[in-house]
Structure formats: C-alpha cells, structure tokens
Write a protein that binds this ligand. Sequence first.
Ligand code: DON
Length: 304
Amino acid sequence: MEYDKILAQIQQEFSDTQPSGKVASYIPELAKVPASKFGMHLYDLNGENYQFGDSAERFSIQSISKVFTLSLAMKVMGDDLWNRVGVEPSGDPFNSLSQLENDSGIPRNPYINAGALVVADVLVSSFTNPKAALLTFLHELTGDTSIDFDYTVAASEQSEGYRNYAMVNYLKSFGNIENNVEDVLDFYFHQCAIAMSCRELAQAFIIFANQGTTLDSDREFLTGRQVKRINALMQTCGFYDEAGEFSFEVGLPGKSGVGGGIVAVNPYHYAVAVWSPPLNHKGNSALGMAALERLTTLTGYSIF
Ligand code: DON
C-alpha cells in the first residue's frame, strides 16, 4: 500500500481547508493552542513511518489516555474490572452524569469520564505511584523516556474541573470509588495532561494493531483477547455520542481527545494518529475525522 502517496494526497486535499469547529476552551490552557495545527502519522506493521505536517509536535492527549489506563487496569484486575464498569455505548456526551443514577453508579463504559474515573481508582489502588506507572508504560511502548505530563494543563483542568469533581463524588456515594476522591482526580487530571505527538501515539497504539505486541522489542504487553476487547470498546464507545458517525465515516476502532487528537487502528495493518485542535459540536476533532475518512476511502479498506 502506498501510504506515502495517500498521506500526501490527504495533506494536499485539506491544505486550504479552514477547519470548522472550535478549539476546546473549558480547560483554559487548551484554548491557547493554535487552531491551524494539523499533522498525521501512520505506523504500519512493517515498521514503516509515514507522516505530514505537525506530526512530531506534542499536544495534550486528553481522553486518548483512557485507552492506556484501561489497558493497565485490565492487566492488573482482569475480568473483575467488568463488575465495576460496563461495556455498552452510552449515546451521551463524555462528561454526562445523567445515566449514573439509573445505573446505580456503574458507568456504561470505560471511555466516558465516569468509567475512566473508576479505571483511575483501580490504578490508584494498584500502584504505589500510579502516575509513574502510567509514564513507565508509555516509555516502554514508545522507547521514549521523555514523554511526560504537562503540569500546566493538569493544573488548568483541576482549576475548572467541577463536573469531574461532581462525578467522582457521585461514584463514591454508590461505593464505586475506593480511594480519596482528591487522589483519583489528581491521577485523572494528569493522565489527560500527558503530552505526546502523532508519531508517539501511533507507535504506542501499534500494540492494538498487533495483538498486544510491540514491533521493535517484540514484547507482549497485552493478550490478543485483551486487545480484542479494548478495540471493540474503541469501536463502540471511543467517540461517545458520535461513535456511530465515526464508524460510519471511518470504519476503524479509534479514540479521540479534546486536545484535537484522534488515534485509530486497522488491526494487522497500522496505527494512525491525527491532530487538528478545532472540535465539532460533539467534542471530536472535525478535520481529524475528515482526514481519517479520506484515509480509509483512499486505501480502500477499513475493518468492514
Ligand atoms: O475530563 C475531561 O473533561 C478531559 N480531561 C478529557 C475529555 C476528553 O478528552 C473527552 N474526549 N473527547
């Protein structure tokens, strides 16, 4: 597959496009990121890299981090995790509180905020230093030990994170948070504030295209069964109330973040990351989705 030509075509097609949508501003630090940033990086199972634009610049991965924390929680807790968080799409925005009451504090899935906070609680219970454990996981996946939290972004979200405070307190009232709510939120705000580039995200996500094993070190981080489940959840829940639209347009498992990043995997073929900060009204990168739609259309294959 001539990914170099296809990525060049995608860059060219969108070169004059003014992305629709708005850069996230509810986390004040994110509002400072230029709307014009645009980059894409594809890493295939032959170990080849293809990229364009701002693909090497780090940005705030935000909810993309939920795939990494879910991976760690599945490793440490096994199938018991599913007693505390569901596996159904919510059809609601990522930060919705409304279903929790009817569902007695069991979040619909691990990618909505409520589910990610339960996953964060599992990691806070499981590791003496959960933030260090998460960074170590990313360093091992990418071979790059400079990947770190952006502490300014973490503090910025914490200063305005009223809804997440409400969510974790509500979860705790149902008995679905074991730890001090401040400790869970501190971990959650930091996981969202990890800074990575499209290149680093594509390299970290290659395990989800390769049955849980990295290409360079040939190390198995997850089993094939775990990868099947993580990808299935990305497909059905990775874009919240826009998961259907992303499946319809792109046809790959993927995960978005309000920093404007999207990572998607084509199992047995590649992992791809795209970054464009302006978000559509569902909170997903507008240009990122359009670029990935072109990728699966121009290559002629998605998972469907
Ligand atoms: O919880 C929040 O509001 C953010 N830290 C993460 C949200 C996010 O990226 C949602 N995804 N598209």
